[in-house]
Design a protein around this ligand. Structure first.
Ligand code: ADP
Length: 374
């Protein structure tokens, strides 16, 4: 039978948990005990609940409460986060809009500045072009003057010949008139007329050639340009002992007749100069139609053109001639003139020796058709 001491060691109060509720230990196991009076009796009912069960219940309640709190907390966090997100998005949107507005303003400013710069650039370019054209016209004139200077000696000789002949004819005609030989006098008059006409032709061409004229476009027969240029240089050709072989077909081109003549005079003079030191001096000029183009080919029997010279041939002021003999403008001006007429000019060195210059210009008829077609 258990003693009182052992009964006490079996039942041990561990503390009060509230009114009529205590935590006790019975045989080492903990219980929660609640006592309640039985109404109408002098009795009390004592309930025992296993502490572990109480703990489990309390824990699950705490867990549920904790979970509820956690959910609530998460919900609050979510709402806060959402608010923050909305605010951040609004701020980001405002920042983007601000950046965009800034960029737009910047772009507008850049476009305005670029437009102003471009307008200024265009104006500057137009001014430069005008200036260039004026300079080119000046150069063309200078080139013509240089050509004229070089031609003048030959021209003086050329004009002197018919003048001397005229004088001789005049004195002989006077004699015929004195002797009443009307027939001989009349024949002399015809000769003198021819001579005067020849002089007039030469001076007329010189006048036209030297005139400073703006570029004009008209239909020109390329062969006639060649003929007129050869006539201008007739004296030089004969003085230099150059044989001229021509094969000229009438071909219409749209161009400036005076400038075309200037081109041919330059090419013929260069050819004559080139053939100065060779024995066979032959100038071959061919003008023909090739498809929709007119081609003029001027070939000489000079020494030809070195590769080095060939590279720089059309450069302004490039010359291999002695000082005072060449300005180096002829070919560069010719190049500009032909290009302005929509054509091309190039040089070829011939085998075994000699050089050829080839000019290609669009047919005037082809141009007109193009114009009426479009
Ligand atoms: P310039 O006659 O005043 O020298 P050009 O521009 O007419 O100027 O010619 C430039 C150079 O091209 C000449 O100095 C010459 O060296 C070369 N050249 C031109 N035509 C011929 C040619 N037919 N044969 C050989 N060289 C030529």
């Amino acid at each position: 039978m258990p003693s009182r001491a052992s009964a006490n060691s079996i039942w041990r109060s561990l503390g009060s948990l509230g009114a009529d509720t205590r935590l006790v230990s019975i045989a080492g196991k903990r219980f929660v005990t609640q006592s309640q009076p039985v109404p109408g009796e002098d009795w009390r009912i004592q309930y025992f609940t296993d502490w572990d069960t109480v703990l489990v219940t309390v824990r699950s309640k705490a867990l549920i409460a904790g979970s509820a709190w956690a959910v609530l907390l998460l919900l609050l966090l979510y709402i806060r986060q959402r608010r923050l997100g909305i605010r951040a998005r609004a701020e980001a949107q405002a920042a983007v809009e601000e950046t965009l507005r800034h960029a737009r303003d910047e772009l507008e400013r850049t476009v305005a500045a670029r437009t102003a710069a471009l307008t200024a650039e265009v104006a500057e370019r137009q001014k430069t072009e005008r200036h260039l054209r004026e300079t080119q016209d000046e150069l063309i004139h200078a080139g013509k003057m240089a050509a004229l200077g070089q031609m003048s000696a030959a021209m003086a000789h050329e004009i002197n010949q018919p003048l001397t002949a005229l004088r001789t004819f005049l004195s002989s005609t006077r004699l015929f008139v004195d002797r009443d030989n009307r027939e001989a006098a009349s024949a002399n008059f015809d000769m003198m007329n021819d001579l005067a006409e020849r002089i007039a032709k030469i001076t007329q061409h010189l006048k036209v050639f030297a005139r400073k004229s703006p570029i004009s476009f008209q239909t020109v027969d390329l062969s006639q340009s060649v003929e007129r240029s050869l006539l201008l240089l007739d004296g030089q050709v004969r003085l230099a002992g150059v044989e001229v072989a021509k094969r000229l077909e009438p071909v219409p081109v749209a161009g400036d007749p005076l400038r075309l003549e200037q081109v041919f005079v330059n090419l013929f003079r260069n050819a004559i100069d080139a053939m100065r030191a060779v024995e066979v001096r032959r100038l071959e000029v061919v003008v023909a139609r090739e498809g929709e183009s007119c081609v003029a080919r001027i070939a000489d029997t000079g020494p030809g053109i070195d590769a080095e010279v060939m590279e720089r041939l059309f450069e302004p002021f490039f010359t291999t001639k002695e000082v005072g003999e060449g300005l180096g403008l002829g070919l560069s001006l010719s190049y500009g003139i032909i290009r302005d007429m929509g054509g091309t000019i190039h040089a070829e060195s011939l085998a075994p020796s000699g050089a050829a210059f080839v000019i290609r210009l669009p047919l005037a008829a082809a141009k007109e058709e193009e114009g009426s077609g479009g």
